[in-house]
Design a protein. Structure first.
Length: 235
């Protein structure tokens, strides 16, 4: 695993274009609605501006992250560390974990965790989610939604770590936590999605256009110079 320190937010945004992260793989697997494969392709190719930081839902997740991580540590007894500090780059804004053999395979971890009772397990990953009340039913099931699970599994592939957790602050007052273990079959599925998509990005071959709002927004942004009544070929 290679560690890429990002000194500021702008450098992190630039690094996001150079590979596929945990939030990206959830989009490609069809379990996250924050973007679409076409919008993601346009972002990676530099055809549109990054929009992941623009809405209040994502801002809330960033601002609540510390509290969720601290609550998880209190509730489980596991040690929770900021990744940039634990991985030796305390001055960094964020760090990206990059797979040794496939540099496009990446993750920006929320936290690194340690089990003090079982140090032989080595470090693990924690994914923190701020979950609206309207999704409470999905998070009260025995198996939580796939999108945070896939993010953790993607991070385990990138880092080589063997275990991780998801912690969700549901409705503002309930902590839901689930352990995520290595799953070779699911990891092969995710890796295949990522590898195919990255080949498309490198080849300049966009994925199929769908009817999602993210795709519509990407098309509008990419072709904003088009004039009414003109015919524009969408690539």
């Amino acid at each position: 695993m290679k560690i890429i320190p990002c000194p500021d937010h702008a450098s992190w945004i630039a690094q996001r274009k150079l590979g596929i992260g945990g939030s990206d793989i959830s989009v490609l697997a069809g379990v996250s609605k924050i973007s679409s494969p076409y919008a993601l392709y346009c972002e990676k190719r530099g055809l549109v501006e990054n929009t992941l930081e623009d809405n209040q839902q994502l801002q809330a997740g960033r601002f609540m992250e510390d509290g969720i991580a601290n609550w998880f540590a209190f509730d489980t007894g596991l040690e929770v560390h900021r990744p940039e500090v634990y991985l030796g780059h305390p001055e960094a804004h964020q760090v990206i974990l990059q797979h040794d053999a496939e540099p496009w395979l990446r993750l920006t971890p929320d936290r690194v965790i340690i089990d003090p009772e079982h140090p032989e397990r080595g470090p693990g990953l924690l994914e923190c989610k701020n979950v609206g009340w309207y999704l409470e039913a999905d998070w009260q099931k025995e198996e939580i939604p796939l999108y945070p699970q896939y993010q953790v599994l993607w991070g385990l592939i990138a880092s080589g770590y063997s275990w991780g957790w998801v912690a969700g602050n549901v409705g503002g007052n309930t902590l839901v936590r689930r352990e995520v273990k290595r799953d070779p079959e699911t990891e092969r599925f995710l890796h295949g999605l990522g590898a195919r998509f990255w080949s498309q990005v490198q080849a300049g071959a966009p994925p199929q256009v769908d009817g999602s709002s993210a795709t519509r927004d990407a098309i509008k942004s990419r072709y904003r110079a088009s004039q009414a009544g003109e015919r524009t070929e969408i690539e």
